[in-house]
Write a protein that binds this ligand. Structure first.
Ligand SMILES: NC(=O)c1ccc[n+]([C@@H]2O[C@H](COP(=O)([O-])OP(=O)(O)OC[C@H]3O[C@@H](n4cnc5c(N)ncnc54)[C@H](O)[C@@H]3O)[C@@H](O)[C@H]2O)c1
Ligand SMILES: O=C(O)[C@H](O)COP(=O)(O)O
Length: 525
């Protein structure tokens, strides 16, 4: 039974879903990195929010980990490239808390417009400061939206409902989508110059880090109010404090900080500054959404192989997974066969599907071929890290889907270009489930690729099979299955046989010296 650790505060329904789906679950929150490192080795899955930092050290200790699920959106607390290289799938729940976070941004906008926190504090202190707080209306004002994705677009729709004008900067926002959203697409400088309120909704990347730098803050309209419910690090906090102190920026509200938990931000105590402790996603509705989703996604992956919202692997629905499973087994074996036989350091591989296979999602099939193929370089390859390792080695991967149906109702073919020219192997599924090799380097040969095997290319001459059988028999090696194919009578032939034990090098040497043998290789599947 797979075992999952919930290591951050999460709605209890998540644990219940794991149990209902047959996944063992521990809920252990608030652990130090050392404590997490000591316990992570026993888990197949890890469910987190933003507090748990999944670093290289944690991943190195996570020897059984297959999947990390983020109950929320931002995954900057997970070392995704390293998780990928370790073959760990990383998933998030990209929509479950978007409305809630957008509402928090709107709430902070109003809090800034009317200085609500300070007015509240002074009223409760018995000052009744009726004449000290002059707010501004948002109606008719311009909202500058930096980042117009899921949350940004919800903020835009709410702002339009409040009769604001919305100007959006997002390099990936198409003009059509901007029209659909009812916003004006602008460059960053235009937005900075025109916005009365600026709200940030981008991830933290090399491009967005410090997007509101000192220089860019200076380009804003005097009296601007700034909201950040996205990620700390998007704003230069010291420059923002200076701009608040000088009165150029009339107010700022931050839910997120460059260092969290923020204990001594330079902004604390600055007039017209409002903060919340990363509460953007903290509503009961959003927390139920993300907890249910993450538990379902992790259970799907661990129990059925279904992949939803993965950031480092193509999606595979729970309905598709059972259909694709036998194909992935076939694809992995074909990839492994090519990987074991190709002598050269290859730089390209083509995966072709035809017949019933052409109807399927090809990405998982490609991932499985690469996973089998890349095993020639590393023992720790799987579907997740194989494409990354392939890219790292400069392997060019081509996928081809054919409409035609040939001799087989379904076919997967893997081709590599070697110094001797293109070499391809192909396989099908018998009874829609049993993986069978049906062609090897242009020669029809049917074989189950399983366990220890011996591959021989030989001249098709009488008595050859007997000689091979004798050589193996004398070495005490039992033959399981015998599969033959030949280009033409008396021409080049292929012999693929399964054996009960690994073939020692001296036996292989003996076989290579038998008359008629062109080459021979021991294989393992
Ligand atoms: N405060 C919270 O509790 C909380 C809650 C949820 C999400 N978030 C954060 O909010 C942010 C937005 O989340 P989302 O779900 O809308 O993400 P999203 O991926 O749907 O949208 C992000 C948008 O940013 C845009 N973008 C990327 N690079 C950009 C750049 N250089 N300049 C301008 N725009 C750029 C993208 O094109 C995309 O449209 C994320 O950082 C997420 O982690 C915070
Ligand atoms: O990216 C997110 O989903 C938010 O930052 C929420 O983080 P949290 O789950 O730690 O509240």
């Amino acid at each position: 039974m797979p075992k999952v650790l919930i290591s951050d505060q999460m709605d209890p329904q998540a644990a219940q879903i794991f149990k209902d789906r047959g996944v063992e679950v521990d809920v252990i929150t608030g652990k130090t990195p050392e404590e997490l490192k000591a316990m992570i080795g026993q888990y197949d899955g890890l469910a987190i929010r933003s507090s748990t930092k999944v670093t290289k050290e944690i991943l190195d200790a996570a020897t059984n980990l297959k999947v990390i699920g983020r109950a929320g959106i931002g995954v900057d607390n997970v070392d995704i490239p390293y998780a990928s290289s370790k073959g760990v799938v990383v998933m998030n729940t990209p929509f479950g808390n978007s409305i809630t976070t957008a509402e928090h941004a709107i709430a902070l906008m109003f809090a800034l417009a009317r200085q609500l926190p300070e007015a509240n504090a002074q009223t409760q202190a018995g000052k009744w400061p009726k004449n000290d707080f002059m707010g501004v209306e948002v109606t008719g004002k311009t909202l500058g939206l930096i980042g117009a994705g899921n949350i940004g677009s919800i903020v835009a729709s709410r702002a339009l409902g409040l009769k604001m004008k919305v100007v959006a900067f997002d390099p990936f926002l198409t003009p059509e989508r901007a029209v659909e959203m009812g916003v004006e697409k602008a460059d960053l400088d235009t937005l900075l110059a025109r916005a009365d309120f600026i709200t940030l909704h981008t991830p933290l990347t090399d491009q967005t880090r410090n997007i509101l730098s000192r220089e860019n803050l200076a380009k804003t309209k005097k009296g601007v109010r700034i909201i950040n419910c996205a990620r700390g690090g998007l704003i230069d906090e010291v420059a923002l404090k200076d701009a608040l102190d000088s009165g150029h920026v009339a107010g700022a509200a931050l839910d997120v900080f460059a260092v969290e938990p923020a204990k001594d931000s330079p902004l604390f105590g600055t007039p017209n500054f409002i903060s919340t402790p990363h509460l953007g996603a903290s509503t009961s509705e959003a927390q139920v959404n993300v907890a249910l989703q993450v538990a379902e996604q992790l259970s799907d992956y661990l129990m059925t192989g279904g992949v939803t919202n993965a950031l480092n692997m193509p999606s595979l629905s729970a309905e598709e997974a059972p259909k694709l499973k036998p194909y992935m087994a076939l694809a992995e074996k074909l990839g492994s066969l090519v990987g074991q036989l190709a002598a050269d350091d290859l730089d390209n591989i083509a995966i072709e599907v035809e017949g019933a296979a052409a109807e399927l999602n090809i990405k998982p099939i490609t991932g499985a071929v690469l996973s089998g193929f890349m095993r020639r370089y590393s023992d720790t390859v799987n579907m997740v890290n194989a494409p990354y390792l392939a890219r790292e080695r400069g392997l060019d991967v081509r996928e081809v889907r054919h409409d035609r149906e040939g001799d087989y109702h379904t076919l997967v073919r893997v081709t590599v270009n070697t110094s001797q020219g293109a070499r391809s192997v192909a396989g099908t599924l018998f009874g829609n489930s049993a993986a069978r090799l049906v062609e090897m380097f242009g020669i029809g040969v049917e074989a189950e690729l399983e366990g220890h095997m011996l591959y021989i290319v030989n001249e098709d001459t009488p008595g050859f099979i007997g000689r091979v059988g004798t050589a193996l028999g004398e070495a005490g090696i039992n033959i399981g299955t015998f599969n033959l194919g030949r280009r033409s009578a008396g021409g080049e032939a292929v012999l693929l046989l399964s054996v009960d034990d690994a073939i020692p090098q001296n036996v292989l040497d003996t076989i290579c010296k038998l008359p008629g043998v062109k080459r021979a290789k021991a294989l393992k599947f």
